[in-house]
Design a protein around this ligand. Structure first.
Ligand SMILES: [Zn+2]
Ligand SMILES: [Zn+2]
Length: 115
């Protein structure tokens, strides 16, 4: 069967391509995971909306604030849970509209976050 003999090399090439593509994907997956986006808590200082947002692996080095999904104003900050009341605290500089540490929890006034 000359036809099948002629097509055999193509099967090998195809298999080779699949292996290379699979290896490249595995490599990309392994190295790309460090740049992967992570989901963090976020809260709006304007309307009080608390939700989540996808950001880079280092939330503190991301540009803040983002646009709030509820009121669509740029007051949406990376947020951490208050150790005292458990609510999300927007990580906003108390003096400026940028990322920072609030002096106290805006909900229960606890200062446990900064200890
Ligand atoms: Zn808002
Ligand atoms: Zn609190």
């Amino acid at each position: 069967m000359p036809d099948s003999q002629r097509t055999t090399p193509w099967h090998i090439i195809l298999l080779f391509l699949v292996v290379v593509a699979g290896g490249a994907l595995a490599w990309w997956g392994a190295t790309g995971s460090s740049r992967a986006q992570i989901e963090v808590g976020a809260a709006c200082t304007q309307c009080g909306y608390a939700g989540k947002i996808m950001v880079g692996p280092t939330p503190s080095s991301e540009p803040w604030p983002r646009e709030c999904p509820k009121c669509h104003q740029k007051h949406y900050y990376f947020a951490q849970r208050c150790p005292a009341c458990g609510k999300l605290i927007p990580m906003k500089d108390p003096e400026a509209d940028k990322f920072g540490s609030p002096r106290s929890c805006p909900w229960c006034k606890s200062r446990a976050l900064n200890t």
